[in-house]
Design a protein. Structure first.
Length: 323
């Protein structure tokens, strides 16, 4: 029996090693996509280029180390789980390899990124089983934050710019600053001797749309909820709350910039899109300050939601009276 167990352990090590080599070859060696370059490059090189050249996706550099840490934290749980490989894993593996091939033939790198997650899920199911997949579900899903998806900018950036401009217009009006909202631009209202936009004019450009902070905040919300909350619905609630929190943070940034222009002028408060001033850059941190504070408040409220019922008067005394 001991020899059989050693033989099975050796086969598992060999299978994981072979799979690691295959994934390395597919991801880091095989020329797969032209991406944003002018020649075929492996998926790893395409992802690296976008991580280092697209500010919206810089957080992708942190995802793989964080996912590895999440798996390392599960080492005791995994060691205690039975290794009962599932035949469904082979089906998921084949689906992943098929997606990889289709992405290569169509030169769509995003399909290639997704296929690697599928292949990894198939490998976990095939070699570890359903229990292993359940234990590693969050680290596996967390890997999706690693992949740059610039095409989402076109789908989300402009609607977010419009929403940001309208929300900032309402906030400025509420605090007594007369202004006009024209598309994505916010202008000071006309006054006797002062045409519209003379005192201040702020345009909600793409970097201020919320996209730049949204993806990073979604990643932080998922990680925060994983550690701070105990119920799945609470984790999803915090994750989805990152979207309005990103909007609120960017709205606060626009309001700060508008007041900066009113007090010190546009050259000091804003600068240019290519060369923003230190005040403009500092206002960018307002996004994360507001969003993280809101995230902490939401997490605390969600954590208390379940504890109120558990801590209600009489809840702890009921078992005692039954004895």
């Amino acid at each position: 029996m001991a020899a059989r167990d050693r033989s099975l352990a050796g086969l598992r090590v060999a299978a994981w090693t072979a799979l690691g080599l295959v994934l390395t070859a597919l991801f880091a060696v095989f020329p797969y996509t032209t991406s944003h370059l002018n020649h075929l490059v492996p998926l790893a090189q395409a992802a690296w280029y976008m991580w280092t050249h697209f500010p919206d996706f810089e957080h992708g550099l942190l995802v793989a180390p964080l996912a590895a840490f999440l798996v390392w934290q599960k080492r005791a749980v995994l060691a205690a789980l039975p290794r009962r490989g599932s035949g469904w894993g082979l089906a998921v593996l084949l689906l992943g390899f098929l997606a990889y091939l289709l992405g290569y033939l169509a030169d769509i790198q995003y399909v290639g990124f997704f296929s690697l997650n599928l292949v990894l899920a198939g490998a976990i199911l095939w070699l570890g089983g359903v229990a292993w997949m359940r234990a590693l579900a969050f680290p596996w899903a967390f890997l999706f934050f690693m992949w740059p998806m610039p095409f989402l900018d076109n789908l989300l950036a402009f609607p977010l710019r419009l929403a940001m401009a309208q929300a900032s217009h309402l906030v400025l009006a509420a605090v007594g600053v007369d202004n006009l909202c024209l598309g994505t631009a916010i202008l000071s209202a006309p006054a006797p001797g002062h045409p519209a936009g003379e005192r201040f004019a702020v345009d909600v450009a793409d970097p201020c749309s919320g996209i730049r902070s949204l993806f990073a905040l979604l990643m932080l919300a998922a990680l925060y909820g994983h550690y701070a909350l105990d119920r799945t619905w609470k984790k999803w609630a915090l994750f989805l709350a990152a979207i309005p929190l990103a909007v609120a943070g960017n709205m606060a940034r626009i309001v700060v910039l508008a007041f900066g222009i009113l007090l010190w002028g546009a050259p000091f408060a804003v600068g240019t899109l290519d060369q923003p001033t230190w005040f403009h850059m500092l206002a960018g941190y307002v996004v994360f300050a507001v969003a993280l504070a809101g995230m902490a408040a939401c997490a605390k409220a969600l954590a208390l939601k379940g504890s109120n019922r558990a801590g209600a008067p009489g809840a702890a005394e009921a078992p005692r009276s039954a004895r």
